[in-house]
Design a protein around this ligand. Structure first.
Ligand code: CIR
Length: 286
């Protein structure tokens, strides 16, 4: 029989908090043990892009992707490597197809029609690692690139790819697992495909941010590391356990990270940049 104390607790604390171990509730940077990656297919250059940097070279993209995979292994991750999928030229950008956390997994609803089918194989893969998969449904759309986890809080960008309905669905799923979230409208911010094109969480209460997003109210209270003008592409980097994986060719920001004491692994991303892809979008880490 539950005593009066138990009854009182369940009245004031949402059930998800009662079920979650204390370690989940304490703020901390998630530690990752695995990453899902997908080798680019030969028709990678047929994917979507909004930049005018030329056509990517497939062989070079393969070399860069291999180096990316090796970097994740160096960070302590074991890789789940998916086969190229020629039906979806953008499918190497696996991050957009799911939101993975240490508690739950949500299949997205990619905002670009040509990418919608990518979620099918991702759901099949993730079902091997998560007991239950939530999924954002139409008319909601959401790309993983718009979702930035900051400890137990998620910033969700409303963008050309992610609409309000999709963001609301994701917030509801995350809320059920004890996470909080808030939405950031980036539709008026030039040059940002996704929220994480302009922001990365480094851990230690520190956010890397481009000038365009630096005044964002949701970032008050964080230590902001400002991305210099001309190095905006490097704002998309990933903290993976004890390392920060970072795009090569952005020396001012690289020096700042060194000065802050991060263990930086630099990678050449030129061929992915030509297709609007950043470092985070080439993997799903969990
Ligand atoms: C696209 O436009 O969907 C791809 N060419 C690039 C996606 C990059 N994804 C990401 O930054 N999360």
């Amino acid at each position: 029989m539950p005593g009066p104390f138990t009854v009182q607790l369940s009245l004031v604390i949402p059930p998800c908090f009662i079920l979650l171990p204390l370690s989940f509730i304490l703020a901390r940077m998630p530690m990752f043990s695995k990453a899902i990656v997908r080798v680019p297919g030969e028709n990678f250059a047929d994917g979507l892009t909004s930049v005018d940097l030329g056509v990517p070279d497939f062989e070079t993209a393969l070399v860069q992707h291999r180096a990316y995979c090796e970097a994740l292994v160096r960070c302590g991750l074991s890789l789940i490597e998916l086969e190229p999928d020629a039906r979806y030229p953008d499918s190497t950008f696996v991050e957009d197809t799911a939101i993975l956390t240490e508690r739950c997994a949500v299949i997205t609803q990619p905002g670009a029609p040509s990418r919608g089918g990518e979620i099918v194989s991702m759901a099949a893969t993730l079902s091997k690692y998560y007991d239950k998969l939530d999924a954002v449904e139409p008319p909601g759309t959401i790309d993983g690139g718009d979702v930035c986890q900051i400890e137990n809080h998620f910033l969700i960008g409303i963008s050309e790819r992610t609409n309000e309905a999709g963001a609301r669905q994701l917030s509801a799923y995350l809320g059920a697992w004890g996470f909080t979230s808030s939405h950031v409208d980036i539709r008026g911010t030039a040059g940002l495909l996704h929220l994480k094109s302009g922001i990365s969480y480094l851990g230690e209460n520190r956010v890397l941010v481009t000038e365009a997003l630096a005044g964002e109210k949701q970032l008050e209270g964080f230590e902001l590391v400002n991305v210099p003008a001309g190095e905006a592409y490097a704002a998309n980097c990933i903290r993976v356990n004890d390392h920060v994986v970072f795009a090569a060719g952005f020396p001012t920001l690289r020096n700042k990270l060194d000065d802050l004491g991060y263990n930086v692994i630099e990678l050449d991303m030129s061929e992915f940049q030509k297709m609007d892809g950043g470092l985070s979008c080439l993997s799903l880490r969990f």
